[in-house]
Write a protein that binds this ligand. Structure first.
Ligand code: GLA
Length: 410
């Protein structure tokens, strides 16, 4: 009898123990951290590894004072190059004491003090892409390190990963973050090489879908080491067909933006429109300290941001393409639609779009706009102006690489 009671007590406590631990042992990402595409700033596109405390503080200051934060940008993410080349005697990562003389915690506290969030970068491999210590073999230790520092976002890259597979490596880190206990947005960055959209949803909040962006409209930039960076339209084109995998808390990430870098304002406008049409995370990659008022106006266009951040969270699609003139559409909540006319060609074009000749069907998500049944009001989101309705043809000129984005309101 005593034995039976003992077995009974042991099994009750075992059950209790295992139930109490299912949260940490079963893994799975922190749910609900990115119900709309994350917005913020990342250091890589402009600064590469030339980052330091001063840059972070100045960027945080301007994020608030310029109106970027009010427009929704809230993550400041330090990319590659924030550490020393070696771990310390305990195996911990070491923020570079020259770049961050007061330590990383002081920087993070400063950013948090501004009402913003903070992110860091590492790699699933033995080293980061720029040759700093990678996380392979240190997943749980690094996750505890990040939780203790108080970061809110981790970008996790894919260099130097010979011998490991992406779904497993990213699952391990996701579980490590969950176990460490601090809610941290987990940003997968394996460039779409292993179709992260097919397996990333339970473990991450967003995933890169391509190699690195390049500040051009539609070019391919070939690096001598045999890899390419891509103009923004190349990325959009490359991944326009995986839209059904993207949505609230599991986004296709079209990469950090190049708005304000090497393109002209027309191309920057098109770049921003397309990122919003794709429901991509909106992560600025320019130097805020040198930002022109035109760049700021593009990045903080509230109407466009509302298209990106729409609660349906649907990635748009290419409706038509004729002679270099493309029409992209995106279903929005309350029966609204966003429609973008994009001049992909090198010469000026005339648009004359007869709404009544088009029924727009979104087969992936089950939305339809039939302009014979419903009249929509039109709002030009770059001009911030109502421009009539869908009873009449939409007529406009469009210079090369330019864009018009409309909101259709039933
Ligand atoms: C990869 C990523 C970039 C950036 C660099 C840093 O190329 O795709 O976004 O993080 O590494 O080394």
């Amino acid at each position: 009898m005593k034995r039976i009671i003992l077995i009974f007590i042991l099994s009750i406590s075992f059950l209790g123990f295992s139930q109490g631990n299912t949260h940490t042992q079963s893994g799975g990402k922190f749910e609900g951290l990115a119900m709309t595409p994350p917005m913020g700033w990342n250091s890589w596109n402009t600064f590469a590894t030339n980052i330091d405390e001063k840059l972070v503080k100045e960027t945080a200051d301007i994020m608030v004072s310029s109106g970027m934060a009010a427009a929704g940008y809230n993550y400041i993410v330090l990319d590659d190059g924030w550490m020393t080349k070696e771990r310390d005697a305990n195996g911990d990562l070491v923020p570079d004491p020259v770049k961050f003389p007061n330590g990383m915690k002081a920087v993070i506290d400063y950013v948090h003090g501004k009402g913003l969030k903070f992110g860091l970068y590492n790699c699933a491999g033995t080293q980061t892409c720029a040759g700093y210590p990678g996380t392979r073999g240190y997943e749980y230790q690094d996750a505890r390190f990040y939780a203790k520092l108080g970061i809110d976002f981790l970008k996790y890259d894919w260099c130097n990963t010979k011998g490991i597979t992406a779904p497993e490596a990213y699952t391990t880190m996701s579980n490590a973050l969950k176990t460490a206990g601090r809610p941290i947005v987990f940003s997968l960055c394996e460039w779409g090489d292993n179709q992260p959209w097919e397996w990333g949803k339970p473990i991450g909040n967003l995933w890169r879908i391509s190699g690195d962006i390049y500040p051009c409209f539609d070019c391919e930039f070939k690096h001598p080491e045999n890899w390419s960076s891509w103009g923004f339209m190349k990325i959009v084109e490359m991944r326009k067909d995986i839209r059904k995998y993207s949505g609230p808390d599991h986004w296709n990430d079209f990469d950090m933006m190049e708005v304000g870098n090497e393109m002209n304002d027309t191309e920057d406008k098109s770049h921003f429109s397309m990122w919003c049409m794709m429901a991509s995370p909106l992560v600025a990659g320019n130097d805020f300290r040198k930002m022109s008022k035109e760049t700021l106006a593009i990045l903080t266009n509230k109407e466009l941001i509302a298209v990106d951040q729409d609660k349906l969270g649907i990635q748009g699609f290419k409706y038509s393409a004729e002679d270099g003139l493309e029409v992209w559409v995106k279903p929005l909540s309350d029966g609204n639609w966003a429609v973008t006319f994009l001049n992909r060609s090198e010469v000026a074009k005339k648009i004359s779009f007869d709404w009544k000749k088009h029924i727009i069907k979104d087969a992936d998500f089950g939305y339809e706009a039939d302009f014979n049944k419903t009249v929509f009001k039109l709002k030009d989101l770059w001009k911030n102006k109502e421009i009539g309705n869908t009873k009449k043809n939409f007529v406009s000129d469009l210079v090369a690489h330019d864009v018009i984005t409309l909101r259709l309101i039933p």
